[in-house]
Design a protein around this ligand. Structure first.
Ligand SMILES: [Zn+2]
Length: 247
């Protein structure tokens, strides 16, 4: 009995060395009383989820988007992943400083990429089974999200690398220098540009959205694996209101 207890403690210690408790469970979610329609009522800090007028996600209608001859985004991502965490609400890969994008004359550092199933944003009424949100921040604290859509197809080797390391809920593990954001990007990087918000509480606005038009692939098994780990984690579509979408 005593020996078993010691073994249990040793096991717990060894686990703690490889996986650390990342954060407490979020006070919002996607099901039941924590679901998106209740976010604004869960915490006064989440009021914008209800009162905001430039909220994300949206259905991007190509015919309503304005031709703006958008300048290609200069993407400079490096293999500088740092850690991977299961936040309960998503799977997130964090990066060391150094990967960045330059868009509209501003440079934003890549902080993290996380995933949604299904995609959150739609393109022409179409939802995708998975999307990746590359979250960046510039020196003024402004946020820019590069959105990559996944359609069902062959296995995605970059995604396989990430999925293999998904820790248990609310845990974070080391993922140092093994993954670059470029591994998940399509060759063609034409995009839609609009203003929006975080798609999770506190739903803060003033976020620049760059949604890549060309999807990449993920296999059915990979999509199922994410659903098994996290479940369905998409916020319903929000009104476009007075916003302009550029293409
Ligand atoms: Zn997201």
């Amino acid at each position: 009995m005593y020996k078993r207890k010691i073994m249990k403690i040793l096991f717990a210690v060894s686990c703690a060395m490889t996986a650390q408790q990342s954060n407490a469970e979020e006070n919002w979610g996607y099901q039941g009383e924590k679901a998106a329609k209740h976010w604004a009522d869960l915490d006064p800090a989440f009021t914008t989820c209800k009162t905001g007028v430039n909220q994300s996600p949206i259905d991007i209608r190509n015919s309503k988007a304005i031709n703006a001859n958008l300048i290609p985004i200069n993407i400079q991502y490096h293999q500088n992943s740092k850690s991977i965490e299961n936040k309960g609400t998503t799977v997130q890969v964090n990066f060391e400083p150094g990967s960045q994008i330059t868009a509209e004359g501003k440079t934003f550092q890549l902080l993290q990429v996380h995933f949604h199933h299904p995609s959150e944003n739609y393109i022409d009424g179409q939802e995708y089974p998975l999307s990746g949100h590359f979250v960046h921040q510039n020196e003024n604290g402004e946020l820019a999200v590069l959105n990559v859509m996944f359609e069902e197809g062959p296995e995605n080797p970059a995604l396989a690398k990430i999925w293999k390391k998904i820790p248990k809920k609310n845990h974070k593990v080391d993922f140092t220098n093994v993954f670059s954001g470029t591994e998940l990007l399509p060759k063609t990087k034409m995009y839609y540009r609009f203003n929006g918000s975080l798609t999770t509480p506190p739903c803060s606005e003033g976020v620049r959205w760059y949604v890549l038009k060309t999807p990449v692939v993920a296999s059915k098994a990979q999509i199922d694996q994410f659903e098994k780990a996290i479940g369905v984690n998409h916020r319903p579509l929000q009104f476009v209101n007075a916003r302009t979408i550029l293409k």
